[in-house]
Design a protein around this ligand. Structure first.
Ligand code: ZN
Length: 467
């Protein structure tokens, strides 16, 4: 089955001009807004050109919204008439990752061609994430072009370097924070994985995830020192032996798994569809059956990372030059992805105690898990209802987001920061295209995403918008 078979109400908003929306995305893909960690390599002229292009493509937004360039990031404010309502914010990033050197020849259409062919719009950024940026613009322009009044203020925020340093998103947040803004909800790219719920004990049920937080990230360095020497006399052990023991101890000292609020909600939503005998009982009462559920999750490859901080030893250097030589100083790196509640500082102490004093531990880099969003928030309910309106047979469940996005910086302004790109492209196409080759989106997937955003704006920002 394809994701497109799940699309419903494709006739909503019949006056949405899809060919024109497709042309606007094609145009946006032709600006190689590639961001680099070394910003001296970033061609900011492309970002300026993209801004000019957006201005001329969306005359009503140009006329009725306030446009601000913050660095090379863009903040567009559509003022609402009711100042008592907290604003909403839709976001995406303007930058794209480079084309992987050596793969240029594998693209059926040039990565910055913006070609429309075989029902797809082709180019770097078609799935990550210019389709969302342009779809947001299309939806806002749609309402403004009809003379509709916004009751709730809507911000459109487009960072310049999500793929590298997130300086742009932080500057946007700083600007809003400086104005005392707090937000009703934020919607960013992310999640949107459609999968069979067999591992939950509900085979045949399709679930789709809405990202409500991000796991933390850490690279833990483990160092062992040694003067080397001949391996016939390893009286004090070797640095490699010490590292091996320390890594094993760190793995054994993994913090216990925990059920997050998102997992508990997901289980309750799925409970009526679960046919597996024990899970059908446990999922109805996750608080009572926590031990059983954690055990179940930890035994399933698609689920375990939702309930535990993962620990993956990934690097070790340098080793000895020969089998009969003891290695000198060595170090290893252990990569961690932390669930909320497992904080980097506490973990470091825990692992130091476990690894003993023959090794030294420190973080090369770390950032704790983001703050889980409020699952009772009005914005979350509105998004869920909107998605259920446009996608048939999917159970939308809250979950952690797979990767890191700019969204986490907005958590200080908002308790409902959602990661969900409503572009349910077929999995093989997104897998190949996102950060890979032949990035493309079908016009049908793109159009359905525009309908979702158009409806979400109608439901939450126009006259009649509740709360
Ligand atoms: Zn992205």
């Amino acid at each position: 089955m394809t994701n497109a078979e799940l699309f419903i109400r494709e006739t909503d908003y019949p006056d949405l001009n899809i060919p024109s929306a497709a042309a606007h995305l094609q145009g946006a893909l032709r600006f190689p807004t590639v961001s680099h960690v070394d910003t001296s390599r970033t061609d900011y002229g492309q970002f300026d050109a993209l801004h000019a292009y957006l201005r001329e493509s969306y005359p009503h937004l140009s006329a009725r919204a306030a446009w601000e360039e913050i660095g090379h990031s863009l903040l567009i404010t559509i003022p609402g008439s009711d100042a008592s309502l907290r604003p909403a914010l839709l976001m995406a990033h303007q930058d794209v990752v480079p084309v992987v050197p050596g793969t240029e020849g594998e693209w059926k259409h040039g990565p910055f061609s913006g070609d429309l062919a075989d029902g797809y719009i082709w180019g770097r950024g078609a799935m990550d994430i210019k389709q969302m940026l342009i779809a947001i613009m299309e939806s806002a322009e749609y309402w403004l072009s009809r003379g509709t009044e916004f009751r709730r203020t809507l911000y459109l925020a487009f960072g310049e370097d999500e793929e590298t340093c997130s300086v742009g998103a932080r500057a946007l947040v700083e600007t809003l924070a400086g104005r005392g803004v707090t937000l009703e909800y934020v919607l960013d790219e992310g999640a949107g994985d459609v999968s069979d719920a067999a591992d939950y004990g509900a085979p045949g049920t399709l679930v789709c995830t809405i990202g409500m937080y991000e796991k933390g990230y850490g690279d833990l360095r483990v160092r062992a020192s040694s003067h080397g020497g001949h391996s016939s006399n390893p009286f004090r052990g070797t640095s490699l032996g010490d590292l091996a023991e320390a890594i094993a101890a760190i793995l054994r000292a993994a913090p216990p798994p925990r059920l997050s609020e998102a997992v508990i909600r997901a289980l309750r939503l799925l409970a009526p569809r679960i046919t597996e005998a024990s899970m059908s009982v446990w999922a109805k009462d996750p608080e009572r059956y926590g031990v059983e559920l954690l055990d179940w999750f930890c035994r399933h490859e698609s689920l375990y990372h939702q309930v535990r901080t993962t620990i993956a030893p990934t690097m070790i250097t340098p080793g000895a030059p020969a089998a009969n030589v003891m290695p000198h100083d060595m170090e290893a790196v252990v990569n961690l992805r932390m669930i909320p509640g497992d904080e980097p500082e506490g973990l470091l102490e825990r692992f130091r105690a476990a690894a003993g004093n023959r090794v030294k531990l420190d973080w090369l880099q770390q950032i704790g898990a983001s703050a889980p969003s409020d699952l009772d928030a009005w914005g979350y309910r509105c998004l869920k209802e909107t998605l259920e309106r446009y996608f048939d047979r999917l159970v939308f469940i809250p979950a952690q987001n797979k990767g890191a996005t700019d969204a986490r910086w907005y958590e200080r302004l908002c308790r409902c920061v959602m990661r969900f790109g409503p572009f349910l492209e077929e999995e093989d196409i997104s897998r190949e295209g996102v950060h890979g080759v032949n990035e493309r989106i079908s016009v049908r997937t793109y159009a359905q995403g525009i309908r979702v955003l158009t409806h979400l704006i109608e439901k939450t920002c126009l006259n009649g918008a509740a709360e």
